[in-house]
Design a protein around this ligand. Structure first.
Ligand SMILES: N[C@@H](CCC(=O)N[C@@H](CS)C(=O)NCC(=O)O)C(=O)O
Length: 205
């Protein structure tokens, strides 16, 4: 198995944490977005979106970080990170979709793109209106995360699942990107190889 990653990205944190948690034998190929590695013909043949992450496994190529989390977890059903029951699966899928559609695209990732990715990728100056919109969305969606995690350790039921790696991986975004203006506090231990989401709280100015 091989992963193509740009390590500074929050998306990468969840994937690397899962790789470590499952002790996967996996080669990591850095994709330097600032240098334009994502635009090389070899990489475009794998991921025509010109984005990372990408996974390659025995000729099978997969992009989209949440699909990659699913693939790695489902290859190791004994770890139980992808539930076996219908309702558990639907609940995990709910959080993967939420992370992708709202947490990433509409709030954290949107602000991160304006405040930091643009400087790396170079498509022009920050758009303050976009940042303001992303911060408004952040308040809305972080409240959902808060309410879900109140008194709980994991997002789904009472056990670790790939939903925790997906959402937990991007929890560093708000404090890093939004600075003192919007701060989310959550107990995460992703770097040590396992995810813990606990007592999340959002501080809004
Ligand atoms: N929905 C995709 C988003 C991937 C994405 O936006 N990756 C960014 C870095 S965090 C990227 O590669 N950007 C390069 C570019 O847009 O040129 C996923 O979850 O994998």
């Amino acid at each position: 198995m091989k992963l193509y990653l740009f390590p500074p990205s929050g998306r990468v944190l969840g994937i690397v944490a899962l790789k470590n948690h499952l002790a996967l034998d996996c080669e990591v190929q850095p994709i330097d977005l600032g240098r334009g590695d994502q635009l090389s013909p070899q990489y475009l043949a794998l991921n025509p979106n010109k984005k990372m992450p990408t996974l390659e496994d025995d000729g099978f190529v997969l992009w989209e970080s949440n699909a990659i989390l699913f693939y790695m977890a489902a290859k190791h059903p004994e770890e139980g990170l992808w539930p076996s029951d219908l309702k558990g699966q639907a609940d995990v899928l709910r959080w993967l979709a939420w992370e992708s559609a709202h947490w990433d695209a509409e709030s954290c990732g949107m602000v991160a793109y304006e405040k930091s990715s643009k400087a790396v990728l170079g498509p022009g100056p920050r758009d303050p209106a976009f940042i303001a919109h992303g911060e408004q969305n952040f308040i809305r969606f972080a409240a959902v995360l808060n309410d879900t995690l109140r008194g709980k350790t994991w997002l789904v039921s009472e056990r670790l699942a790939i939903a925790d790696f997906s959402v937990g991986g991007t929890l560093d975004y708000p404090s890093a990107i939004c600075g003192s203006k919007l701060v989310i506090k959550a107990t995460t231990s992703l770097r040590s190889g396992s995810a813990t989401l606990n007592e999340s709280s959002v501080v809004v100015p």
